[in-house]
Structures are given as C-alpha cells and as structure tokens.
Design a protein around this ligand. Structure first.
Ligand SMILES: [Zn+2]
Length: 308
C-alpha cells in the first residue's frame, strides 16, 4: 500500500489576521508539521496550483469574482465573509480551491486523497459568507462533471450546514448535497440540501455516529456515487469554540473511519477536506484534525507514530 496523496501549500497559514481574530489560521501548518513528525514521508505531499478564472466561473458569477480579485467588493459583503480583504487572502483562497480540485483528481487516480485545507461550503455563487470566499467543494464537483463524472456525493459533516453547496446544486440531480449539522448553529437561515440532518445541541458520540452511519449507507445505496467529497470538519468536537455539540476525539476518529472504510470497501474514490475547527489552543485543535489522517492511514495499514 502506498501513502495517499496529501495536498498542502504553506500559504494556507501565511495569512496575517488581526490579533484575537477567531479564525485559527495557523492550524494548516501545525497539521502539516504534525504529520511529518508522525513519520509521513515528505514526498506524499503535493503542492496545488491556483484555481483558474475558468474554474471559478463554473460556480461563481463574473461580478463576484471580479469584485474579489480587484478588491472592489462592498465592505458589507466582506464583513459577511469575516476576513479583511487583501491580495494575499484572494491568492490563498485560489490556492485552496486549486487544492481541492487537485484532491478530487488524485482521489480518482489513487482511491483516496486528503486536502489539508478546504470545505468553504458557505460560499454562494454570488456572495461569500462565514470565512468562505469561493466554494471549493462546488467548484471541484463542477470540474468533475466536465470530465464526465456523473454522480457526485458531497458528504458534509462540518458542524455548520453546507448552505452554499446546497443552493448551488439545488437543481442539479448529478451532485447530491448532504449535510449533517448543528440545528442551532450558523447559518441561522438554512438552505435545503438533498439530505439534511439537523443535530441537537450537546449531541454526543453514540447518537452522532448512528446518524453518520445511517445517512452514509442510505445515500451510497440510493445514489451509487462515482466519487465522494467528504468535508471532515472537526467543529463537532466537544471543545470547539463554535460547535455546540459534544463529540469526543474518539468520536471524530470513529466518524472518519466509518466514511473512509465504507468508501474503501465499496471501491468509491474519496476526496477529503479538513473543513472547520475552531479552538484557540492550536495543539488541541491539531490533535483533532489529525484524526482524519489517522483513520486514512489505518485504512491502508500504514504505520504512523503520534507523539502527544
Ligand atoms: Zn464549520
């Protein structure tokens, strides 16, 4: 068994944010370093290209793309996104979209690929929201469609509803949007996915894992997708600053194992992105994001050494 491709670029953590900004921008680098320290070979990492204007236009409106590239965007629209505008912010977002596009390509080739970023599921075609400028999952799905892939499941387990993805594909039966999210969490106004499961506050491992397993089995059997795009957000964790659920680290690992092993057993390519996760303690947050990779390597019996 070989190591699955891991898609990463140093720019992911190089964005300068105001002090006390709630976005844990350092987590991407911390995760990369934790994987290297665990013995993952450095040549497993792939540096992505920037997404192209043509790729962005598969999902986003020309006016919105233009406003972000030039910085002409309405300050109110930028506040909805939650980051101060900068050239570098846009470049970083383009790199991250490029990373998810590359992740789906490598998943088709290798059966499994994981992106150390991605999951910008609140971005709509004409506006951004909730730390999301461009919807990488939606753009990657559209790129796949153009290549003739006809059934795509976006299985979104971030604690926040994948509202952008839901609306973008509302009238497209070839992309199935599925979201398991906190009922009382952002966004206040939910969109309708093809499959929504709203979880109550303080939902714990047992109920959560049952929900994940039943949803996944149902969706895989019903739609028989050619690929699964998995948003492995860890803001479901009990220590998350924004999550409101009560999932343990073992629960996160069990969820990720369930998704990865199910797709492996059914021979469905799986492209995973790390999604959301908001803890001020970067080491604690990294340990939770690491679970996805532990699950991925275990599914292929690849040895790693986690130092805690
Ligand atoms: Zn989230």
């Amino acid at each position: 068994m070989h190591w699955p491709p891991l898609i990463y670029h140093p720019c992911y953590s190089e964005l300068q944010l105001p002090d006390r900004h709630r976005y844990p921008i350092g987590k991407y680098r911390a995760l990369y370093q934790a994987l290297l320290a665990a013995g993952v070979p450095v040549d497993s990492f792939v540096k992505p290209q920037l997404a192209t204007a043509t790729e962005l236009a598969l999902v986003h409106t020309p006016a919105y793309i233009q406003s972000l590239i030039t910085g002409d965007i309405d300050p109110k629209a930028m506040r909805r996104i939650g980051f101060p505008w900068s050239d570098f912010l846009v470049e970083r977002s383009l790199r991250s979209v490029g990373g998810t596009i590359q992740t789906v390509q490598l998943a088709l080739q290798h059966g499994l690929a994981l992106h150390l970023s991605g999951g910008y599921h609140h971005a709509f075609s004409g506006e951004g929201s909730g730390f999301c400028l461009f919807n990488d999952l939606a753009i990657a799905a559209r790129v796949l469609q153009q290549q003739g892939v006809d059934k795509i499941l976006v299985f979104d387990c971030d604690v926040h509803q994948g509202d952008g993805t839901a609306l973008i594909f509302a009238d497209d039966p070839s992309v199935i949007s599925a979201s398991l999210h906190g009922e009382k969490n952002f966004p206040a106004r939910k969109q309708q996915s093809d499959w929504d499961l709203a979880l109550p506050n303080n939902c714990a491992d047992k109920a959560y894992l049952t929900a994940v397993q039943e949803s996944l089995d149902y969706l895989l059997a019903l739609h028989q997708p050619d690929i699964v795009l998995y948003d492995a957000g860890v803001d479901i964790h009990q220590d998350d600053d924004l999550g409101l659920l009560a999932i343990s680290t073992e629960g996160v690992l069990a969820r990720d194992q369930l998704v990865i092993n199910r797709c492996r057993d059914l021979k469905i390519p799986l492209a995973a992105v790390i999604g959301g996760g908001y803890q001020r303690d970067l080491d604690a947050l990294t340990a939770v994001h690491l679970q996805l990779f532990i699950a991925a390597f275990a599914s292929r019996q690849l040895p790693i050494q986690i130092h805690t």
